[in-house]
Design a protein around this ligand. Structure first.
Ligand SMILES: [Zn+2]
Length: 148
């Protein structure tokens, strides 16, 4: 975790947008709790925060609710069980990897002060495309064996 957070803090980003996860709420779901415990998400975010912030970068924590369920293009909501790997929006036709869709939602919330909830069907395509251009995701399992 130290190695990865140092690497990210030195990678040339200007800020980070992360989900503010509430571990206790998620313990009801055994598999999620397991993966969260394994990743020690909050501990990692603390490492990243102090390294990034001491280097003058912002770490923005956003509300994690529905980042996976919400369509990053139109705001539609879909149930997304863990087995469903692709977000496939029936309203606007968006098809994206579920984690990329969630990442765009996290980035959008960070940029908007995570308060906005746009109406279904509203055209947010320019925002989504801007977010995609800006988005640099770090694969969730990258370097797991090396870092965790
Ligand atoms: Zn949609």
């Amino acid at each position: 975790m130290h190695k990865l957070s140092t690497e990210l803090a030195k990678a040339g980003y200007t800020s980070f947008a992360v989900e503010n996860l509430h571990i206790q709420n998620m313990e009801k779901n055994h598999r999620l709790a397991q993966s969260i415990h394994n990743a020690s998400w909050n501990r990692f975010i603390n490492f990243l925060s102090y390294k990034a912030e001491s280097a003058g970068m912002k770490v923005i924590k956003v509300d994690a609710r529905n980042t996976t369920k919400e369509c990053s293009n139109c705001g539609n909501m879909l149930e997304m069980p863990l087995s469903v790997r692709e977000y496939n929006c029936g309203l606007c036709g968006l098809r994206l990897d579920r984690d990329v869709n969630a990442s765009i939602n996290i980035l959008n919330r960070a940029r908007e002060g995570h308060s906005r909830s746009h109406a279904q069907g509203e055209d947010v395509r320019p925002q989504r495309e801007a977010a995609l251009g800006e988005l640099i995701t770090y694969p969730a399992n990258a370097g797991e064996a090396n870092y965790l």
